[in-house]
Design a binder for this molecule. Structure first.
Ligand code: TZP
Ligand code: MG
Length: 207
């Protein structure tokens, strides 16, 4: 499985003229096998409906569907897992709710948060924020490639780097030690999410 992780933002998809299910279908068709439904401005009902739609698409392509923040939605759509940040439901509680067979990802913004997560029952770490991004307003301070390397060297968990990653810099991120790259605008905001995904996968495989 390649290490490209699509994190959704339906606002960015709409600005580019796409529905979110279209973006996810095109990305999966191109080979993306990790999809995170991350929506901050939707009602519970709309979030759920998108979750159901994305579950059908990801299941068809054999891609993992991870739900950001919302354990209830993950359970309701039988997603593959949940991604939480430092201010969300504690990952131990997420595990007790979703069970041992599901995936849990945790966002890590610095070395202290990494230390706190050492030995935890997690499946991967999201490492934020690597580069400047217009997608998320309240980002942590930028790690850059050196900060990313320092964190990746201290964990044996798979790591997905996120924040400002695109076709120009993705290979440097993998070379810095990340096992995968997570992107929002580099797929959701592109004229062709299919072509953008193909290019990112090609670059990933070429490292
Ligand atoms: N967490 C840290 S930065 C970010 C998230 C969800 C947004 C990344 O978006 P983009 O468009 O890939 O820079
Ligand atoms: Mg969160």
């Amino acid at each position: 499985m390649n290490g490209l992780y699509l994190v959704t933002d339906s606002g960015i998809a709409h600005q580019a003229g796409h529905t979110l299910p279209f973006v996810v279908e095109e990305a999966c068709r191109a080979g993306v096998r990790w999809v995170q439904l991350r929506e901050k401005d939707l009602t519970t009902r709309a979030f759920l409906e998108l979750g159901v739609a994305l579950k059908h698409i990801t299941q068809h392509y054999g891609a993992k569907l991870i739900i950001n923040d919302r354990v209830d939605i993950a359970l309701a759509v039988d997603a593959d897992g949940v991604h939480v940040g430092q201010d969300d439901m504690p990952h131990q509680l997420v595990r007790s709710l979703i069970g041992p067979g599901k995936i849990i990802g945790l966002s890590i913004n610095n070395m202290d948060e990494l230390k706190a997560a050492q030995g935890a029952d997690l499946d991967y770490l999201g490492i934020a924020t690597i580069f400047q991004t217009g997608t998320k307003q309240d980002t942590s301070s930028l790690l850059g490639l050196d900060g990313l390397t320092a964190i990746c060297q201290q964990t044996s968990l798979p790591t997905f780097a996120i924040g400002g990653i695109n076709a120009t810099n993705s290979q440097s991120v993998v070379k810095a030690g990340a096992s995968g790259v997570a992107v929002v605008s580099a797929i959701c905001g592109q004229t062709s999410p299919y072509a953008a995904s193909r290019e990112l996968i090609k670059l990933f495989n070429g490292v």
